[in-house]
Design a binder for this molecule. Structure first.
Ligand code: NAD
Length: 468
């Protein structure tokens, strides 16, 4: 672990395993709670020095971090593939996005400012000159999941430092290594204590960080269940929750079928379906249902499952065999209830095949809950009203996509689907790192996307000068 610029270990350790071959890649400490306290103290002590730094300097340092990550792109990508099991080409994309996220934060560090406020518009407010400032919160705790460990953690670290907060990271238990390696780079640029890492189990060290009254903000990405636990434990501190999704993709009769099929291939199978904004429910109108289904099965048959380090592989493993068994159970349960597998459906260790399932009804567990695997479940609907009802029928509301050439139906879906983002003629897995990202309903609260994360990681102070 990295605490106040020093490497710290502890008595017990967790083995980090490659889900493809079971090899132990490395070990990380199970932090004792006194090390959690040390990290909190270090982050608090480092606040002053960081806050006294000019925005110019903070920005330049973030650019330097960005350049260093670029230099080590290859080794980071390889490590990412080894610890997560995702195809190497997808790891390169995560690296490129991480570099872009850092660049956006380096730019944003120079434009964090408030506004002048006309107090004279209020009763007795005449004679004031008043303005706001965006003030850092203090210590930000970043807790992140396994599926995009690097970029999702940078989505917290980079804006937090851009607006001069110090950071403690609790990386994902199954895939902590790229994040810890990245923290080393940040530490080379910034004073000791600005960035700290604490490893161990979420329910112990994560919980201790969340409950601490010396932490000012929890920025969490992970499951709905953990999100609920965190919001109950956090007390008065600010919390941002980026939680699970069960994103719909609606395909209407007038859609460009080939484009929609392409959207599903990306949306359902990317990172073996372990994507919060993955396409998890495919809602297809009856007029094109058969054509769409046949084309989807044909394209799915081209997916190449294999060694994630092989550049030709398009489907790697899930994060663990346990996770793959979980998906297998969900699929078997749907089949027991009348669903029909058109292609795929089998598990081998931590692999699960790219799978298209027909005869899904919107109330089956497979689509009511978030299934984190390479599954494309097809739900047939009669018209746009039914499509919207089905899209809105879960507790989630992260992103959504609709394929149609009809602008009225496109706008109806965009207006009526309850989600943080609705794309027309694009699947929900699309994201740029500057856009406001965050779900409605149980998919979370608060937004990320550098500028929006800065808003969540600062507080507004008003300064009023009485000139009378
Ligand atoms: P998870 O909730 O199991 O774990 C996420 C992190 O929380 C881990 O670091 C874990 O150690 C920690 N944690 C666990 N219990 C804790 C506790 N009691 N207190 C504090 N921290 C605790 O999630 P996961 O399985 O790693 O990731 C998959 C989930 O994340 C899916 O639901 C997925 O949709 C969601 N996700 C959401 C987004 C988004 O931006 N909305 C992005 C990626 C993943």
């Amino acid at each position: 672990m990295l605490i106040n610029g020093e490497h710290v270990s502890d008595m017990d350790e967790i083995e980090v395993k490659n889900p493809y071959n079971g090899e132990v890649i490395d070990t990380v400490p199970i932090s004792h709670l006194n090390n959690v306290d040390k990290a909190i103290k270090a982050a608090n002590n480092a606040k002053k020095e960081l806050q006294e730094m000019s925005a110019f300097k903070v920005s330049n340092k973030l650019y330097n971090v960005c350049e260093k990550l670029k230099e080590h792109r290859e080794e980071f990508a390889e490590l990412l593939t080894k610890e997560v099991g995702k195809p190497i080409n997808e790891s390169y994309v995560e690296l490129d996005r991480s570099i872009e996220t850092l660049k956006l934060a380096a730019e944003e560090a120079k434009r964090i400012y408030g506004e002048s406020v006309p107090l004279s518009a209020g009763l007795n407010g005449k004679g004031f000159f008043a303005f706001t400032q965006k003030v850092p919160l203090g210590v930000v705790v970043a807790i992140t999941p396994f599926n995009y460990p690097l970029n999702l953690t940078i989505h917290k670290i980079a804006p937090a430092i851009a607006c001069k907060n110090t950071v403690i990271i609790k990386p994902p238990t199954d895939a902590p290594l790229t994040v810890m390696k990245f923290a080393e780079i940040v530490n080379e640029e910034f004073p000791d204590g600005v960035i700290n890492t604490i490893t161990g189990y979420g329910s112990e060290v994560g919980d201790a960080l969340v409950a601490s009254d010396k932490v000012n903000k929890i920025s969490f990405t992970g499951s709905v269940m953990t999100g609920f636990l965190i919001s109950n434990r956090a007390g008065m501190k600010k919390v941002t929750l980026e939680l699970g999704g069960n994103d719909p993709l609606i395909v209407l009769d007038d859609a460009d079928v080939d484009a929609a099929v392409k959207g599903v291939i990306n949306g359902a199978y990317l990172n073996a379906g372990q994507v919060c904004m993955g396409v998890k429910r495919i809602i297809v109108q009856e007029g094109i249902y058969d054509e769409f289904k046949d084309k989807l099965v044909k394209e799915t048959s081209k997916i190449k499952q294999g060694n994630p380090l092989d550049k030709n592989t398009t489907l790697g493993t899930l994060i663990s065999e346990k996770a793959a068994i979980h998906v297998e159970e969900a699929v078997n349960n749907a089949v027991d209830n009348g669903a029909e597998i058109l292609i795929g459906g089998k598990r081998d260790g931590a692999f699960f095949e790219a799978t298209v399932i027909d005869k899904i009804t919107h109330d089956m567990d497979l689509v009511v809950r978030e299934t984190f695997g390479p599954i494309a479940p097809l739900i047939k609907v009669n018209n746009v009203d039914e499509a919207i009802d089905v899209a809105n029928s879960t507790e989630y509301g992260l992103q959504a996509g609709v394929f149609t050439q009809n602008y009225k139906n496109a706008l109806r879906c965009a207006n009526e689907i309850e989600a943080g983002t609705v794309f027309v003629n694009k699947q929900s897995t699309f994201r740029t790192d500057n856009m406001p990202f965050g779900g409605f309903k149980n998919s979370g609260c608060g937004k990320e996307g550098i500028k929006y994360a800065v808003d969540e990681m600062t507080k507004t102070k008003l300064i009023g000068l009485n000139l009378r």
